[in-house]
Design a protein around this ligand. Structure first.
Ligand SMILES: *[C@@H]1O[C@H](CO)[C@@H](O)[C@H](O)[C@H]1NC(C)=O
Ligand SMILES: *[C@@H]1O[C@H](CO)[C@@H](O)[C@H](O)[C@H]1NC(C)=O
Ligand SMILES: *[C@@H]1O[C@H](CO)[C@@H](O)[C@H](O)[C@H]1NC(C)=O
Length: 189
């Protein structure tokens, strides 16, 4: 297990020789290294941020574009009005297209990352969800990523993504109203 602060993380990521995932199988290993975990997190950030659409597509395709990729998340289920547990993306290729067709974010901060031999958990803040007017509003969440090191390409098998969907909703134009009674109703001054 390895814990990286955002700062340490950036240092690790900078040292990674970017390239094709395949390179990471030389020498082959049956346990995710710190460098491999940092590489996957860094590519995932480039993909989600979409600051450069070409780089974002390359990163997304390298990690996720397997047909059998699966993504789950109650936060997205609720935003879409789907039953909890519904598969969020039908395939990896569709996931890549869906992310690339959404507007770019302002910034992504990696707050922490932990991994073992097969899974990576990353804690993050997405800034700018819903548009540049939200550039200073963080939507905080976690991704749990399952990796298969035996694969020649698209090492990510599935992801569980959960985040502050109330903030996401408000940023993207949902109307959020407090209840008028009960414990969550605003208290009189
Ligand atoms: C965008 O990414 C591509 C692919 O990595 C790269 O070739 C290009 O130089 C980048 N463009 C800018 C403006 O950084
Ligand atoms: C790695 O973490 C995942 C997620 O908690 C767990 O399912 C898996 O069993 C762990 N692997 C080992 C070898 O402990
Ligand atoms: C939703 O966003 C608006 C600004 O667009 C803000 O005034 C309001 O307080 C937010 N509501 C909640 C519940 O966060």
């Amino acid at each position: 297990m390895k814990f990286s602060t955002a700062l340490l993380f950036a240092t690790t990521a900078a040292a990674v020789p970017f390239g094709n995932w395949k390179q990471w199988k030389q020498p082959s290993t049956n346990c995710l290294t710190d460098e491999q975990a940092a590489y996957i997190n860094e590519l995932s950030t480039i993909f989600q941020l979409k600051a450069n659409l070409t780089a974002a597509r390359l990163a997304g395709e390298e990690l996720f574009a397997a047909e059998e990729y699966k993504q789950y998340g109650h936060s997205i289920n609720s935003l879409r009005g789907d039953a909890l547990g519904t598969l969020v993306e039908p395939s990896g290729t569709q996931y890549v297209e869906n992310v690339l067709s959404a507007p770019p974010l302002a910034r992504i901060d990696s707050l922490a990352s932990l991994h073992n031999c097969t899974h990576i958990m990353e804690h993050w803040d997405f800034y700018g969800v819903g548009g540049p007017q939200n550039a200073n509003i963080p939507v905080r969440g976690f991704s749990l990523t399952k990796v298969d090191l035996t694969r020649e390409k698209q090492p990510v098998v599935w992801r569980q993504v959960e985040f502050n969907s109330m903030q996401w909703a408000n940023n993207t134009g949902f109307t959020i109203e407090f209840p008028t009674s009960g414990p969550y109703a605003p208290q009189p001054e």
